[in-house]
Design a protein around this ligand. Sequence first.
Ligand SMILES: Nc1ncnc2c1ncn2[C@@H]1O[C@H](COP(=O)(O)OP(=O)(O)OP(=O)(O)O)[C@@H](O)[C@H]1O
Length: 258
Amino acid sequence: MSDGLQLRGIAKRFGARTVLADVSFDVAPGEIVAVVGPSGCGKSTLLSLLTGAQRPDAGEIRYGGAATAEAGRPFAYMPQRDVLLPWRRILDNAAIGLEVAGLPRAEARRRAGALFDAFGLAGTEDRFPRQLSGGMRQRVSFLRTVVQQRPVLLLDEPFGALDAITRDELQRWLLGIWDSQGWSALFITHDIREAVRMADRVLVLGGGRIAGEVGVTRDIPRGDGFRADPRVPGLEERVHALLRAAAMPGTPVAQGPA
Ligand SMILES: Nc1ncnc2c1ncn2[C@@H]1O[C@H](COP(=O)(O)OP(=O)(O)OP(=O)(O)O)[C@@H](O)[C@H]1O
């Protein structure tokens, strides 16, 4: 397959420590893929190799059949922390990625401003980040990421810093946007329930490799019916089992139904 994102044999060492030994997987166009793994297994490192912030020691990253360096920068990256600039107004914060990419300020503001309604942010354009709730600030971060119109979103724990209620609200909101936009995304999370709810596939990273994956069918309701769906606990348990095996290599993993 040459469509979408392909990682093949990715390795990354820091000094004598091999963090990623041999990572290979694909993200198809429109597919949402979650990466879970024990703390320190290299999840953020993996994203930094995709954004180009660091270089792999071995392996290939391709998009649409070409090396990502030549593929017109396919990624928009949303970092883990809320990195809105406190001294810039919300609209200027939302437009900053486009400005950095070289768009004139007025055009960057126009494009970002056009999304404020859809992101539930209408009326906040002239406020400062401190005047918004955590959930709203996170939506500004999403807006700033997606307005760059790159085909693959890279999200590092996008809901990590939010309380449970805001997290649930934003998950539902993002699922709705994903459904209507058809972006692909690779996102990191520590929350197995969140991974199963949001992703088409959950990859477990451990021991420097993809230790296993769990597919989630799209006919599981992701909104109100999600918690009550009888298939969800089994999917979560399969991810847990892979994580346990990744934390303790050598442990056999029970094979559940596909
Ligand atoms: N620039 C660096 N130099 C040296 N070691 C690094 C560097 N970046 C990451 N590491 C090490 O690589 C390992 C993986 O780090 P990484 O942040 O990718 O893990 P993670 O899976 O994202 O962790 P967490 O879930 O705790 O956020 C850690 O042991 C970390 O200390």
